[in-house]
Design a protein around this ligand. Sequence first.
Ligand SMILES: [Fe+2]
Length: 146
Amino acid sequence: MDNIIFHQLFEKETSTYTYILGCGKTHEAIIIDPVVEMVERDLKLIEELGLKLKYVLDTHVHADHVTGSGEIRKRTGARVAVSSAYDMSCPDLHLEDNQELKFDELTVRALHTPGHTSGCLSYVVANMVFTVDALLIRGCGRTDLQ
Ligand SMILES: [Fe+2]
């Protein structure tokens, strides 16, 4: 755990948490659930931390927040990944349940956690799991929005 750089960021209009995780040795990194209005903030922090962004991961696709993944890809060259359950052509990677992506010494594993949307993924890194709207403390995300 001591080789992980970890930052939790918050966007209050849509109550969205964004996570930046990086390898403390080689500085390859991922970002989970960027919000389009906050791309400048996120890229500034990534630059300040000296990180090299490898993947942009969306837990789900939803009208309640617009992802910043496309803009971040354009500006960093990072590859965008979402669940294979979505019929979308714009992501670079369509992740299956239990599929793993490496960023240097770290691994992020996708878990298919449908319910809030049919394509919700949770992401596991070391002993952390990023469930976002799929699983909340004492609850779960609404399942009646789509
Ligand atoms: Fe959502």
